[in-house]
Write a protein that binds this ligand. Structure first.
Ligand code: PNS
Length: 321
């Protein structure tokens, strides 16, 4: 290697911290050589994760792990290291991510495949570990050896569930709404359907009825919750830990109202992001109001709403007339 991959200038050999390294004297980039494959394992046990207190440098709390032996697969190395350092058997071993920053280990350039798995058995520190403990997320020491602090931050962030809130009047829910809900479930871990319980607004169906109808229409769906809310939408989203709001967009005519709402919600809470899903073309002309009007005037609404809505609307208008 003759030229720096960062700045294109020539690189040269130089002693850094007692070791010969290739260095770019222009931009300072250090080229480490001969990376070693290693493994680190995030062992989930009980309510927390298992860390070892190292008896060899670099000292301090760290994830169990080590070098991959000759002829060993990464998975075999992970299982062996866990057994040697913690006495645990590892189940449901999965690759989490690969970490390759040259400076991640102060001694060598290592490339680590980090695994997650469930630890089974009785903890016992041995080999590289002089002490072993299970740490809950908020008990993890503020300093860890190697780059394990960053690995654990990435891991804990990956565990956070993406919760979205789909607010609306749903008076009543239509197939357009259902289409938005189904598609949101591909994007988020959980979708909360927030049914507006605004006492100042006149609805055809009571809040209780609208919730019953949605529950019936979404029977068999998992990862959805249906409930009513009052007050500011952003406050409700914060209470339910939903970082995302979902809104469906039909025609350009929706845009102005949605834009205004988005700007206002953003002003009230800039942490909450609204995600817009374009309605499927076949529902682009559909709205709860239009469905109610057609049903009231005796028109056919089949295919526009779930069966339960068709039934409830005809009952409602029979009772009204
Ligand atoms: O289905 P809709 O009628 O378009 O839904 C409107 C809804 C319920 C999302 C909106 O009226 C709302 O967010 N109401 C809660 C009160 C609030 O937070 N208002 C400020 C947002 S501009």
């Amino acid at each position: 290697m003759k030229y720096c991959s960062e700045c294109g200038k020539r690189i040269t050999e130089k002693e850094i911290e007692g070791k010969r390294r290739l260095v770019c004297l222009h931009c300072g980039k250090i080229y480490y050589q001969n990376p070693f494959p290693t493994v680190d394992i995030i062992i989930e046990k009980g309510e927390g994760i298992v860390l070892i207190n190292r008896k060899n440098p670099p000292y301090g709390w760290a994830l169990p792990g080590g070098f991959v032996d000759y002829g060993e697969s990464l998975e075999e190395a992970a299982k062996r290291e866990v057994k040697e350092e913690t006495n645990l058997d590892i189940k449901e071993l999965k690759q989490f991510c690969v970490y390759s920053t040259p400076g991640r280990d102060p001694r060598f350039h290592t490339i680590s495949t980090v695994f997650t798995g469930k630890g089974e058995g009785k903890l016992k520190a041995s080999d590289d570990a002089k002490e072993i403990k299970i740490f809950k997320k908020d008990e993890v020491p503020s300093v860890l050896a190697f780059d394990h602090k960053r690995i654990l931050e990435d891991y804990f962030n990956s565990q956070v569930k993406k919760i979205a809130l789909y607010p609306g009047s749903f008076d009543p829910i239509t197939n357009g709404h259902l289409d938005v809900i189904k598609r949101s479930l591909f994007l988020f871990d959980k979708v909360i359907i927030g049914v507006s319980d605004n006492p100042l607004k006149k609805f055809l169906f009571t809040t209780k009825e609208r919730i019953e109808i949605i529950k019936e229409a979404l029977r068999g769906f998992s990862n959805v919750e249906i409930e009513s809310f009052r007050g500011l939408l952003v406050d409700y989203a914060r209470r339910r830990r939903a970082r995302f709001l979902i809104r469906g967009l039909r025609a350009i005519s929706d845009f102005e109202y949605e834009f205004q709402m988005d700007l206002m919600n953003r002003k009230l809470n800039s942490q909450i992001e609204t995600v817009y899903l374009m309605t499927d073309q076949k529902y682009s002309y559909l709205s709860s109001s239009i469905v109610k009007e057609i049903a009231q005037l005796g028109g056919c609404i089949k295919g526009l709403v779930p069966d339960v809505v068709e039934k409830r609307l005809s009952e409602k208008f029979k009772n009204i007339s």
